[in-house]
Design a protein. Structure first.
Length: 271
């Protein structure tokens, strides 16, 4: 009995020690960003050289923050108020939408070119034939943030089924990654403001890493069902510090306190 008691006490002690160590490690990660500090790479490193992959292409992996719209695609994309060429029906719909009714706040996908405040990264998939797929991963990953870009030379299907993320094919133009996407559904909003689109949406992203800490997304928005002409937008993503380079697990449905999941009722126009 004494031996059993000693063993039990020892095991409890070891368990408590491990728990304390794990908590300390977690606290160290939280404390690693001083009050008033920034999670981004220091300014002295931002203008450093662009890192390269083994095949010579620029390393775009990240992780990054930003690089897309969030609150207002017009403003976030570099346009002045009123410059987004919305057709009358689209402007009327945007003006009556309410932020709490947005599908994204109910943990549905944000889609393109949305970028929430959480980190994201490119993941490259290679075979003996070279780069075949690129995956875009977001820290808030349970909202359908698994996006695939086909880099194997395939074309868009003739009759693509509309989905949240569409069908994306990519290619390199020099050091710029070009992503062409069609086949979107019309369910997601471009921003919290409620900017809509139709299933005619066609986007082209041109991702260029300017230096060590900066990634630019020159974005073409083409939807004749929503806009009177194609729109050119520009977004900028910033690199996270090297010691904060992991995407953490963030489950939207566990933490959501907005929209329907937070107890807000849909207004009559959105039912």
């Amino acid at each position: 009995m004494r031996k059993l008691l000693v063993v039990s006490i020892t095991m409890i002690g070891l368990t408590l020690t491990l728990l304390v160590q794990q908590q300390a490690q977690g606290q160290d990660r939280v404390r690693s960003i001083p009050v008033g500090g920034s999670p981004l790479v220091p300014e002295r490193l931002v203008n450093g050289p662009v890192p390269r992959l083994p095949d010579g292409k620029p390393d775009l992996t990240g992780p990054w923050v930003g690089g897309g719209s969030n609150q207002d695609i017009e403003r976030d994309g570099g346009l002045k108020p009123g410059e987004l060429p919305l057709l009358p029906w689209a402007k009327a719909l945007r003006d009556k939408r309410k932020e709490q009714d947005e599908p994204y706040v109910a943990c549905l996908p944000m889609s393109v070119p949305r970028s929430n405040p959480y980190p994201w990264k490119f993941a490259m998939s290679y075979t003996s034939k070279g780069l075949t797929h690129i995956y875009l991963l977001h820290e808030l990953g349970d909202d359908g943030a698994h996006r695939v870009v086909y880099m194997d030379g395939r074309k868009h299907p003739d009759d693509v089924f509309p989905t949240w993320w569409g069908h994306s094919i990519g290619r390199w133009e020099g050091d710029t990654l070009v992503i062409d996407t069609v086949g979107f559904n019309d369910k997601f909003w471009f921003d919290s403001r409620g900017t809509p689109h139709t299933e005619q949406l066609h986007t082209i992203e041109r991702w260029t890493r300017l230096n060590y800490g900066t990634l630019v997304n020159e974005f073409t928005l083409d939807d004749p069902g929503t806009f009177s002409r194609p729109v050119q937008l520009k977004f900028t993503a910033k690199l996270l510090r090297p010691d904060l380079d992991d995407l953490m697990e963030d489950i939207c449905n566990e933490n959501n306190q907005a929209g329907i999941a937070g107890g807000y009722k849909l207004n009559s126009e959105s039912k």
